[in-house]
Design a protein around this ligand. Structure first.
Ligand code: ATP
Length: 862
C-alpha cells in the first residue's frame, strides 16, 4: 500500500485509529490477530538440534569408529562402554550449550527496544514487539523507529535510513502528502521505517505495518547476523588446529612403534584413536563461548547487560574507562539552587522572562499519574517554577502560550529554542550553555558579566544554564537556527546541583589500584567538571583538563602525546569522543567509552567496549553499544571489569587444566615404551580420564571466585595469548611430572611383580588430575589460605569423581568392564601418596612465584 500518497485526513481512518490512539482492548485484539511486531529470526537451534550437533564432531565420529572396531574384534563390552561415554559426553555438552543459549536469549530479550505509544490519550512505554497497526507513536531524537510509520507531525525530524537504503546522510522528514505513487523508499519523506534511527527532532506517527510486513521485514532474511566469534575463540580454534596435527602425528608414530614392537594391530589402532580423542582439545573454543555466555548471565545480575559476547572477554583488558559525568558519576537528580535574573521592563508576560522560559522551553511531559518525565536538567527547571508558582499557574501558562515551533536541544550546539504564539506575535525562548547563549545575544556587553558569574558558580560544581528571548512577528520558514538563535535578549542564569553518586568514589579508587585510568568526558563547563572530578577522585591536581575548543586545536601527534595524562575533558561534543578513543587505542590501550546520545554511537562503536545507559540512553546508543548499564552507574562498569577479569582468569585456568591433563596422558603412553614398559593404559581408561576426571572438575573451575588481587594488578594486554605468563611452561612441566610419577610407579610395580600395576597406573593418573585441579584454583594463593570449600561445586565434582574411581576399582562388575582389579590397602595408599606429589609440586610453584614477586618488588623499591 502506498501510505505516503494517502491524504493526511484519511490516514487515521484507514488504520481505524484516532489522534488519541487505540484503546488497550483494541490493541490486544489486533496483536492477537496479526502477531507481534518482530522480525523472524534465523531458526533458533531447537534443543534436539543442539543435542544432535554434539555428535558432529570429528573426534566423536572417530570414537564411534573405534566402537565399531571393538565390536568387530569381539570386545562387545568395550563397544558398549565407548557408546556410553560418547552419550555422556553429548549430554554434558548439550546441558552446557543449552544453558548458554538460554542465557543469550534472555540477554537479547532484555536488550530489546521500547517504543513510546499513545493509547486512549495516555503516553506509555511498551516493548516494540507489542505495537499494532493503528498505534500512535511518539518519536524523539535517539529512538529507533519501532515499526513502519506514516508521519502525522514532524518538528526538525531527521532520520538515518542507512540500514534500509544505504544512504549515509540522515533525511529530513515531514508530514506532507506525496502525490506520486511509485517512488523509491528513500524519497518517501512522510514515512518512517522500522529499524531506522531518529537522529534529530521529534514527531508523531501512526503504525501502518508491523513485523515481517515492514520494509525491513521484507529484506530481513538477507540481514541475519552470522554467528559471532570472539577473538579469543578464534585464536583458540587456530591453535587447536595446529595442536591437533601434532597430536595426530604422535598417535601415528605410537601406532607404528607399537606394530614394530609386535603389539596386535587392532589393539594399537584403538589405543591410538582413544589417545587422539582424549588429547585433542577440539571442544575448547566451544567451551570458551559457553564460559563467556554464562559469564554474561552473571554480569546481568550486576546490572551490566552484555549485547555482544566478545565484550565479556574484552572487559578483562580494559585500561582506560572514559565516562560521562551526568547520571553516571552523578545522581542525575538536578535541583536549581541559585538564580540570577536580569531586570527587563518591556515584557508583557505574567511572569518574568526567565521564569517564563523555565516554564515553557522544555520537553517535560506528565504521565497519567501526573508525574513529570523528561531530561533531568529540564525537570529541575520545571520543578523550580512549579514549586514557586503552583501547578495550576504552570498549566495555565502552557495552555495560553502554545508552542508552535522548536529547535530541539543538541549536544553539539548545547542549547535549545522554542517558539510560542503570543497575542498576534510570537516569542522565542532559548536556553543553553553560557557560550552558546552569548553567541546569540544582540548586546554582547552583557556577555562579559555572564561569563564571570558563570565561572564563579561552576567552580562550586553547579551546572549553569543561561536564558534569553526575543519577539518575532512572523514565523520563519523554514524554522532555522540562523533565524531564531540571534539578536536575543539575555534574561538570566540558573545554577543547579547534581550530587555525585555515593559509590562513585570507591569505584574510582578501585580502578586506580587495578591499573585502569578513569577519565571524565562531559559537555559541561570545565569548572563544573573539575569540581565533580575532584570530589570523586578522578582529578587530583595532576594531569590535564582539556576543553573541546582546545582539543579542536590539537594536532593528532600532540593529542597522542598527551592523551594518557588527560583526566578531564570538558565542553566536548560527542564527535570529539571518537578522536579520544582512537588516540588512546593508538597508544595500545583498550578503551571503554560511555555514551547516551545519538551522536555518541560512532565513539561507542570505535571503543573496545562501548557502554550505553539503560535508563537514560537513546536506542541509537544502545544499538551501537557492546554493554548496557541497567542502572546508568559508573560503579557498574568497574564491577563488570572485575567480573570480566574473573571470567578470563577462569578460562585460563580451565585451559591450563585440560591441556596439562591431555599432556600427561600423551607423555605417559608415549614415554612408556621408551622406558621399556608395557603399554600403561587401555583405551577405556584413557577415555574415562578424559571424560570424567578431566571433564567434571574442569567445568567447575568456571565457578571459581575472583583471585584476591584481581583488582590490584594491571590489566592484561588484549592480544595476550592464553598461554602467556608461564601457562605454557606449566602445562609442559606438570604434564611431564604427572607422567613421570605414573611411570615411576608402573616401573616399581612391574619390577616388584604386582599384578595390579595397570589399575594403579590408571588410579594415579586419575587422582593426580584431582590434586592438580585443587592446586590451580588460584595462581598465587595456597589452597589452605583459599579454603578448600570456597568452591563447593568443584569439591562436589571431585567427590563424585573419587567415588566413581573407587567403584571402578572395587565393584566386581566394573572390574569386568574396565579390566581393573581391586587394589590392596597398601596399593591404594601408594596411589594416593604418589598422586599427591603433583598437588604439592604445584603449590611449590606458587611459593617460588610469590618469592620471586617479592624479590622483584624489593628491587624496584631500591
Ligand atoms: P555528560 O556528558 O557529563 O553526561 P551532559 O551529557 O549532561 O554531560 P550535555 O547534555 O551535552 O552534557 O550538555 C552540555 C551542556 O548543554 C550543559 O552543560 C548545558 O549547559 C547545556 N544543556 C544541557 N541540557 C540542556 C537542555 N535541555 N536545554 C538547553 N541546554 C542544555
Amino acid at each position: 500500500m502506498n501510505w505516503h500518497a494517502i491524504a493526511f485526513e484519511n490516514i487515521l481512518e484507514e488504520v481505524s485509529s484516532s489522534t488519541q490512539g487505540l484503546s488497550g482492548d483494541e490493541a490486544a485484539t489486533r496483536l492477537e490477530k496479526n502477531g507481534p511486531n518482530e522480525l523472524e529470526e534465523k531458526k533458533r537451534k531447537s534443543p534436539l538440534m543442539i543435542f544432535l550437533a554434539q555428535f558432529k564432531d570429528f573426534m566423536i565420529l572417530a570414537l564411534l569408529f573405534a566402537a565399531i572396531i571393538s565390536g568387530v574384534i569381539g570386545e562387545m563390552t568395550d563397544t558398549l562402554i565407548i557408546l556410553i561415554i560418547v552419550l555422556l559426553n553429548a549430554i554434558i555438552g548439550f546441558v552446557q550449550e543449552y544453558r548458554a543459549e538460554k542465557a543469550m536469549q534472555m540477554l537479547k530479550k532484555m536488550a530489546a527496544i521500547q517504543a513510546t505509544v499513545q493509547r486512549e490519550g495516555t503516553v506509555l512505554k511498551l516493548p516494540s514487539a507489542d505495537l499494532v497497526i493503528g498505534d500512535v507513536v511518539l518519536l524523539d531524537a535517539g529512538n529507533a523507529v519501532p515499526a513502519d510509520l506514516r508521519i502525522l507531525e514532524a518538528h526538525s525530524l531527521r532520520i538515518d535510513e542507512s540500514a534500509l537504503t544505504g544512504e549515509a546522510l540522515a533525511v529530513d522528514k515531514s508530514s506532507e502528502i506525496i502525490e506520486t505513487e511509485n517512488i523509491p523508499l528513500g524519497d518517501r519523506l512522510n514515512m518512517a521505517y522500522k529499524s531506522t534511527l531518529v537522529t534529530n527532532g521529534r514527531g508523531l506517527a501512526v503504525v501502518v505495518a508491523t513485523g515481517m510486513n515492514t520494509e525491513i521485514g521484507k529484506i530481513a532474511r538477507l540481514l541475519q547476523e552470522g554467528e559471532m566469534s570472539t577473538p579469543l575463540q578464534r585464536r583458540m580454534a587456530d591453535f587447536g588446529k595446529r595442536l591437533s596435527l601434532i597430536i595426530l602425528g604422535i598417535c601415528i608414530i605410537l601406532f607404528g612403534v607399537g606394530l614394530l614392537r609386535g603389539e596386535a594391530p587392532l589393539d594399537m589402532l584403538l589405543l591410538s584413536i582413544s589417545l587422539a580423542v582424549a588429547a585433542i582439545p577440539e571442544a575448547l573454543p566451544a567451551l570458551i563461548t559457553i564460559a563467556l555466555a554464562l559469564g554474561a548471565k552473571h554480569l546481568v545480575q550486576q546490572n551490566a547487560l552484555i549485547r555482544k559476547l566478545p565484550a565479556v572477554e574484552a572487559l578483562g583488558s580494559v585500561s582506560f574507562i572514559c565516562t560521562d559525568k551526568t547520571g553516571t558519576l552523578t545522581m542525575n537528580k538536578m535541583k536549581v539552587v541559585q538564580v540570577q535574573e536580569e531586570t527587563i521592563a518591556d515584557h508583557h508576560f505574567p511572569l518574568s522572562p526567565l521564569r517564563m522560559a523555565m516554564a515553557l522551553n522544555h520537553d517535560v511531559r506528565f504521565s497519567k499519574g501526573e508525574e513529570a518525565i523528561g531530561d533531568s536538567t529540564e525537570l529541575a527547571l520545571v520543578e523550580f517554577v512549579m514549586e514557586e508558582k503552583g501547578r495550576s499557574a504552570f498549566n495555565e501558562l502552557s495552555a495560553s502560550f502554545p508552542r508552535v515551533a522548536e529547535l530541539p536541544f543538541d549536544a553539539d550546539r548545547k542549547c535549545m529554542s522554542s517558539v510560542h504564539a503570543f497575542k498576534d506575535r510570537y516569542v522565542v525562548f532559548t536556553k543553553g550553555a553560557i557560550e552558546s547563549i552569548a553567541r546569540c545575544l544582540a548586546d554582547q556587553k552583557n556577555a562579559e558579566k555572564l561569563f564571570s558569574l558563570n565561572e564563579e558558580w561552576a567552580a562550586k560544581g553547579l551546572r549553569v544554564l543561561a536564558f534569553a528571548y526575543k519577539y518575532i512577528d512572523v514565523l520563519p520558514d523554514p524554522v532555522s537556527i540562523e533565524a531564531l538563535e540571534k539578536d536575543l535578549v539575555f534574561t538570566g542564569l540558573a545554577g543547579m546541583i547534581d550530587p555525585p553518586r555515593p559509590e562513585a568514589k570507591a569505584a574510582i579508587g578501585e580502578c586506580k589500584t587495578a591499573g585502569i585510568k578513569p577519565v571524565m568526558i562531559t559537555g559541561d563547563h570545565p569548572a563544573t567538571a573539575l569540581s565533580i572530578a575532584k570530589e570523586v577522585g578522578i582529578w587530583n591536581g595532576k594531569g590535564y583538563c582539556v576543553t573541546g575548543a582546545e582539543l579542536e586545536q590539537m594536532s593528532e601527534d600532540d593529542l597522542q602525546e598527551k592523551v594518557e595524562h588527560i583526566s578531564v575533558y570538558a565542553r566536548v561534543s560527542p564527535e570529539q569522543k571518537i578522536r579520544i578513543v582512537k588516540a588512546l587505542q593508538s597508544k595500545g590501550h583498550s578503551v571503554s567509552m560511555t555514551g547516551d546520545g545519538v551522536n555518541d554511537a560512532p565513539s561507542l562503536r570505535a571503543a573496545d567496549i562501548g557502554v550505553a545507559m539503560g535508563i537514560n540512553g537513546t536506542d541509537v546508543s544502545k544499538e551501537a553499544a557492546d554493554m548496557i548499564l541497567l542502572d546508568d552507574n559508573f560503579a557498574t562498569i568497574v564491577k563488570a571489569v572485575r567480573e570480566g577479569r574473573r571470567i578470563y582468569d577462569n578460562i585460563r585456568k580451565f585451559v591450563k587444566y585440560i591441556m596439562t591433563c591431555n599432556g600427561a596422558e600423551i607423555w605417559t603412553i608415549f614415554l612408556a615404551p621408551l622406558a621399556g614398559l608395557p603399554i600403561p593404559l587401555l583405551p577405556i581408561h584413557i577415555l574415562w580420564i578424559n571424560l570424567v576426571t578431566d571433564g567434571l572438575p574442569g567445568l567447575a573451575l568456571a565457578n571459581e571466585k575472583a583471585e584476591e588481587d584481581v583488582m590490584r594488578r594491571p590489566p592484561s594486554k588484549s592480544d595476550e595469548s592464553l598461554f602467556a605468563g608461564g601457562v605454557a611452561f606449566h602445562i609442559l612441566w606438570v604434564g611431564l611430572l604427572m607422567a613421570g610419577v605414573t611411570l615411576a610407579t608402573q616401573q616399581w610395580a612391574v619390577t616388584n611383580q604386582l599384578a595390579h600395576w595397570q589399575t594403579m597406573v590408571f588410579t594415579i593418573l586419575s587422582l593426580s588430575q584431582l590434586g592438580h585441579v585443587l592446586a590451580i584454583r588460584s595462581d598465587k594463593t595456597f589452597l589452605y589460605m583459599q579454603g578448600i570449600f570456597s568452591n563447593r561445586l568443584l569439591i562436589g565434582a571431585i567427590a563424585i569423581t573419587v567415588v566413581l574411581q573407587l567403584m571402578i576399582i572395587y565393584l566386581p562388575f566394573a572390574n569386568e568392564i574396565f579390566k581393573t582389579q581391586p587394589l590392596t590397602r597398601k596399593e591404594l595408599l601408594i596411589c594416593i601418596g604418589m598422586s599427591a606429589v603433583v598437588f604439592h609440586a604445584v603449590e611449590m610453584e606458587k611459593w617460588i612465584k610469590r618469592n620471586l614477586a617479592k624479590r622483584s618488588a624489593k628491587i624496584s623499591l631500591k
